[in-house]
Design a protein around this ligand. Sequence first.
Ligand code: SAM
Length: 277
Amino acid sequence: MLGAGNVTSAVDPGTPYGHYAPHYDAQGQSRWGESLIDFTLGTLLPRYGRRPRTALDLACGTGSAALLLARAGLATVGLDRSATMLALARAKARAAGVAHAPLNFVRADLRRFAFARPFDLVTCCYDSLNYLLDPADLVSALAAIRQSLSSGGLFVADLTTGRAYDADGDAAAWSLELGDVEYGFSTTWDPSTRIAETVITCATHTVAGARTVHEHHRQRAYEHDEVEEALVASGLRSLGAFAALPLRGPSLEPPGPRTRRLIYVAETAGPRGSRHG
Ligand SMILES: C[S@@+](CC[C@H](N)C(=O)[O-])C[C@H]1O[C@@H](n2cnc3c(N)ncnc32)[C@H](O)[C@@H]1O
């Protein structure tokens, strides 16, 4: 049980992923992003007839998705605002020794970023866009994405809807023990603001005692019509919206009223051939 035994508690409201970063991969949190990249490379790119040579993975976290893109031969940049997540991503890339294509990581805010050259593929995995609490920030991020997308380039992202939280009522909690670390996740959901707050608790037990840290993660649920509107407002054209299926992951099935996770595929609006339409 969390908090039990010889525990000294260092409570820190903390920047998201400041403390949780080293536990992220150990908990298998990178798996969804990896499955979306596999789906993108194996299903979406052939479906839309695209052969990208460069990729930008936004909110790249510990770099697992970026690593897959580089391994597939795409010159890849991973972008994230968390210095701790980026440090892990860089270490992972070094350890993997990716030789197939260049892989670099940059620290930036996905609401406002710009690159000198556009990318053929821009991805944003594992409900990272839900960290944008204000719909205006979602439009800003999508507008920056549009500016970073080459003509004929593809944007792929997933976002969670309110259904991800509705099922559990206004509060949900679970815990997990991995090695000498106990994790607690406690989520409160406010349907009126559409904002879910998850407090992640990591209690590490060592011979010297125990250390407990808390991190607050706030995400806003977005519904299908809101995302479609934001895509249009930012100059992107939606090519497809799909449902991620429980247990099966990414699919080509259309979203329905019970869809918890939406997958979007978009390109720059306007005629193909002109960079910004
Ligand atoms: C759920 S993790 C997803 C990480 C990775 N995409 C994956 O699939 O494992 C969310 C990531 O979004 C990043 N993030 C949240 N808000 C951001 C922002 N405004 N700008 C850049 N990165 C952001 C966090 O630092 C974190 O690494």
